[in-house]
Design a protein around this ligand. Structure first.
Ligand SMILES: Cc1cc2nc3c(=O)[nH]c(=O)nc-3n(C[C@H](O)[C@H](O)[C@H](O)COP(=O)(O)OP(=O)(O)OC[C@H]3O[C@@H](n4cnc5c(N)ncnc54)[C@H](O)[C@@H]3O)c2cc1C
Length: 434
């Protein structure tokens, strides 16, 4: 039997599992207007949250997306909701000093509050649940690092986080692969497709026009603002919000030089027996580990499938090729899933930044929020809303993520030639437990 026959179920789909319940919109409103106060480019979490703010402020707001609204990361992600800040407090303090380090961490907490409050206030039915995260230590040394971080209780550290030693790990997760780990109780899970569909409804109800399949191909400054070219015609806009994240292309060369586009890959298994699910995932938490090339996984909201994501190839690849590799990693953690086949395998392009932090800001009416480094379910909406409020004139301060220089590197134009060697390097470090 070929690998393909053993790994994929007969009804396998090379597309996001979430699209089964929330299909992509075939077409939005037909044509964009000729003139708008605010033009948002990109209809993911960033763009829609920005548009809700500007539309509610009474500004004529139009959102365009090159594909179906939500086609990007916002309906492809793992549905893990966290504070989204990757560097530790120590690393941030060394780089920016104590005050900005604390401010950045507090913004991470605020992004978690923002998405939680937004989904509840707008009554979005998207399986949002504060289940907490178990973050597994892949070596004993990493357990100690996590424990020290947890004990330090520095300002900005997540309240209520605690360590789970290896002896008690089975209460969290049905694997022996970790050396214990940390629990972050405020982290949550969501169905990203349903969340995006609800967000789209709220944006339209707020008065924003959302036009799918309408790519911006050029942005030109004019005396009164901007002129943006699309296949459906030119749009004159007072202000433009760039919400293209990992899909930022030649349209915005300055931003493109600051975005490192990286593929992230996810699989969903076919349905597994309830008793097996309860044994492997007794707490229903979202899960990740301390590797540099992190694996992130969770039960599906109905607890019938396992969703497992990560980076398994040096270069970008086809989800049909990444699927079996992710499956092999899943089975290494949970040997009981060796005969379980895959129902879905997909990928999306996230945006890393050179300082591994998100960025937002403005240049004479051209706003941006991007660079969530693979962790933007909470942060994208939060920074989108912040930047939307700035564009609407309701706020002047974009917050801690707008206070650092958005770095690039000499000769970098947006194609990360260094990706394959970096992945190989981090893979080696993970294997050596460094
Ligand atoms: C596989 C995967 C798993 C992930 N898992 C998690 C997770 O579990 N937790 C977490 O916090 N984060 C996760 N993320 C990251 C998270 O999904 C993103 O950070 C977030 O969705 C970014 O939202 P966004 O609106 O900025 O970008 P996107 O949702 O990517 O939207 C950008 C949009 O811009 C559009 N666009 C680009 N260029 C143009 C143009 N010229 N004209 C018009 N439109 C254009 C694109 O079509 C796209 O729809 C994951 C991402 C991926 C890919």
């Amino acid at each position: 039997m070929s690998l393909r026959e053993t790994t994929f179920s007969p009804d396998f789909k090379p597309q996001p599992y979430w699209w089964d319940a929330s299909p992509q919109e075939a077409s939005g409103e037909t044509d964009p207007p000729r003139k708008t106060d605010i033009l948002v480019i990109g209809a993911g979490y960033t763009g829609l949250h920005a548009a809700i703010e500007t539309a509610r402020a009474g500004l004529h707001t139009t959102v365009i997306d090159a594909e179906a609204a939500g086609w990007g990361c916002s309906t492809r992600n793992g549905g893990q909701v966290s504070t989204s800040v990757k560097p530790s407090f120590g690393a941030l303090r060394k780089r920016y000093g104590e005050n900005l380090a604390i401010a950045i961490l507090r913004e991470g907490q605020a992004s978690l509050d923002h998405v939680t409050d937004f989904i509840r206030t707008e009554e979005i039915d998207c399986d949002f649940s504060v289940v907490g995260r178990f973050h597994g230590a892949h070596t004993a040394r990493h357990y100690d690092i996590l424990a020290r971080e947890c004990e330090s209780r520095h300002p900005g550290f997540e309240t209520g986080a605690y360590m789970v030693p290896r002896s008690e790990q089975r209460l969290e997760l049905g694997t022996e692969a970790y050396y214990g780990g940390a629990v972050f109780p405020r982290h949550a899970s969501v169905d990203p497709g349903k969340y995006h569909a609800g967000l789209l409804r709220v944006a339209r109800e707020a008065g924003a026009g959302v036009v799918s399949h309408c790519a911006a191909t050029d942005i030109t400054r004019t005396a009164t603002g901007f002129e943006v070219t699309t296949p459906a015609g030119r749009i004159r806009a007072g202000k433009v919000i760039l919400a293209t994240n990992g899909y930022t292309g030649n349209l915005a060369p300055w931003h493109r030089r600051r975005v490192i586009p990286i593929g992230s890959y996810v699989i969903a298994t076919e349905e597994i027996p309830a008793a097996l699910m309860d044994r492997l995932f007794p707490t229903n938490r979202i899960l990740s580990d301390t590797r540099k090339l992190v694996y992130y996984y969770r039960p599906s909201p109905d607890r019938k499938r396992v969703l497992f994501g990560g980076r398994v190839s040096l270069a970008e690849t086809d989800p049909k090729k990444s699927g079996p590799k992710l499956h092999a990693e899943l089975v290494r953690l949970f040997p009981e899933l060796s005969d379980t086949r895959l129902s879905h395998s997909w990928a999306g392009t996230v945006a890393f930044s050179f300082d591994t932090l998100a960025h937002c800001g403005e240049d004479r009416g051209l706003y941006h929020a991007m660079g969530y480094c693979g962790s933007g379910v909470g942060m994208a909406g939060y920074l989108g809303a912040r930047i939307g409020r700035c564009a609407a004139g309701l706020d002047t301060d974009p917050g801690a993520f707008g206070k650092r220089r958005y770095q690039t590197r000499p000769f970098y134009t947006g194609s990360p030639w260094f990706l394959a060697p970096s992945v190989a390097f981090f893979r080696l470090r993970d294997r050596l437990g460094i």
